[in-house]
Structure formats: structure tokens, C-alpha cells
Design a protein around this ligand. Structure first.
Ligand code: MG
Length: 257
């Protein structure tokens, strides 16, 4: 089952995708908090604007170098422990929202990733219980100012700027994520083509690790790392991140004058 957050001009609402009809079955509230009660109303997907399926209440937690081939292409080793960073919730945008290149960077890269959405407040979650605190999964683009990542000691400016975390298009709540294709295309050209089976640390291991650092809240997001093939994006291009079973997250690239 896939869930969308959407707007038809009014306040955001949620809906369950009816794939055959290409319609959303409207929900009464935020499914992370309110369950899957439906209002009886249906809307056509083509008639609404899809939004980020979740707005993290407190944080987006990123994991660096979690695919060996990507660590190698950047000249790095796979770290002995997961490499953790934060993106603020103000970095999050939805499908079709522009990625605005920051004025201080001349080299911004796409990073296609599987994103995990947390269902409830938790701390010290054992890996074997990770499924109890996962609401679902979406696709993410961990947009990164690569030049600034190399020169700043911290990654905050490189990975935390506004629009650096597109999420969507859907939240998939019942998929097995152990071996899904994770791809990025720029203007249709395939740039990244990995599989979640190549993750150095699996989703349950990451939930256990990050919940040993932070209290996780409902709606928090964990980015699981990017496969090999990252590269630059520029003004006028479109970036598509596809995660099998979730959908394709498509964003244009702009720069503010
Ligand atoms: Mg990343």
C-alpha cells in the first residue's frame, strides 16, 4: 500500500493510492498519528499536487558511505561505524518542487536513497525490533554541495540547505526493502543504479544504531546512504530518484538570481 500527502489548493491531506483507478482514497488525518480511516472521498492523482509524504517533526538523519562502491568512488573507506549526520526539516521538499542550488556552491550532486519513516517515539531499539518502529519507506535525494563538503569541516552547509532533501512521491508501508533497485537519472540519463541489498548496514541495523544516539519521534526520517554514480546537477535539469516499489521522485534544478 502506498500513501500520498497532497493538496488540491487547500490544506494538505493524505490518501491511499488506488493504482488501478489512479485515484487517492482520502484519509481523515495524518496516518502516522491517526491510522487509515477514510472519508469516503476520492480524488484523481492528476488533479492534485503531491507533497512530501512526511514532514519530519524533529529531524532527518543521514548515513554516509553505506554502499561500498560509493565510498570507493569518493576515495573513502567504508567507516568502521555508521557515519551519521543531520539535515534540518527545513531541507525537505516534495515531488516537483525545485532544488535551489545554494549560492556558495559550484558543484551540487544528486544522491538517490531509500528513506525510512519512523512511526513512534523510541530509543534503544534492537535491530530485531526495528520493524515495530518503522511506519514505511519513501525515496529521497540527499542533495549535496560536494565542493563545500570537501572544504568545510562539518557537513551542515553541504547537506542541510533549503531544498536539499526532496522526499516522495509516496510512502510505501508494506514492502520488503531488503533488495530494491535505487536509481537516479538526470534528464533521463541513468546515473545511479544500485540495490538496497548492497547496503553495508541494513535498515534494522541503522534503526538500532541511530536510536542509540537520538530519541526518534514519529515522522523522523533516516536516509540509508547512496549507491555509486553520484554526480553534478545544474540549472535547467531534472533529477529523478526511483526506488522500486515506491515510485519516482522528480525535481527540477534552479538557481536563485
Ligand atoms: Mg547521502
Amino acid at each position: 500500500m502506498r500513501i500520498a500527502r497532497f493538496s488540491a489548493g487547500e490544506d494538505p491531506r493524505y490518501g491511499v493510492l488506488d493504482e488501478e483507478a489512479d485515484e487517492l482514497v482520502v484519509l481523515r488525518g495524518d496516518p502516522i498519528y491517526g491510522g487509515l480511516d477514510t472519508t469516503g472521498e476520492r480524488v484523481r492523482v492528476e488533479d492534485v499536487r503531491l507533497l512530501s509524504p512526511v514532514i519530519p517533526r524533529s529531524k532527518v538523519i543521514g548515513i554516509g558511505r553505506n554502499y561500498a562502491a560509493h565510498a570507493t568512488e569518493m576515495g573513502n573507506e567504508v567507516p568502521a561505524e555508521p557515519l551519521v549526520f543531520l539535515k534540518p526539516n527545513t531541507a525537505v521538499v516534495g515531488p516537483n518542487d525545485p532544488i535551489v542550488l545554494p549560492p556558495y556552491s559550484q558543484e551540487v550532486h544528486h544522491e538517490a536513497e531509500l528513506a525510512v519513516v519512523i512511526s513512534r517515539l523510541c530509543k534503544y531499539v534492537p535491530a530485531e525490533r526495528a520493524g515495530d518502529v518503522i511506519f514505511g519507506y519513501t525515496a529521497a535525494n540527499d542533495v549535496t554541495a560536494r565542493d563545500v563538503q570537501r572544504t568545510d569541516g562539518q557537513w551542515t552547509r553541504a547537506k542541510g540547505f533549503d531544498t536539499s532533501c526532496p522526499l516522495g512521491p509516496y510512502l510505501a508501508v508494506d514492502i520488503d526493502v531488503s533488495d530494491l533497485a535505487v536509481r537516479a537519472r538526470v534528464d533521463g540519463e541513468l546515473r545511479q543504479d544500485g540495490r538496497t541489498s548492497q547496503l553495508v548496514r541494513s535498515v534494522p541495523e541503522l534503526v538500532a544504531y541511530v536510536s542509540s544516539i537520538f530519541t526518534l519521534l514519529p515522522g523522523d526520517v533516516i536516509l540509508t546512504g547512496t549507491p555509486a554514480g553520484v554526480g553534478p546537477i545544474d540549472v535547467g535539469q531534472r533529477v529523478q530518484v526511483e526506488v522500486e516499489g515506491i515510485g519516482t521522485l522528480d525535481n527540477p534544478v534552479v538557481r536563485r538570481d
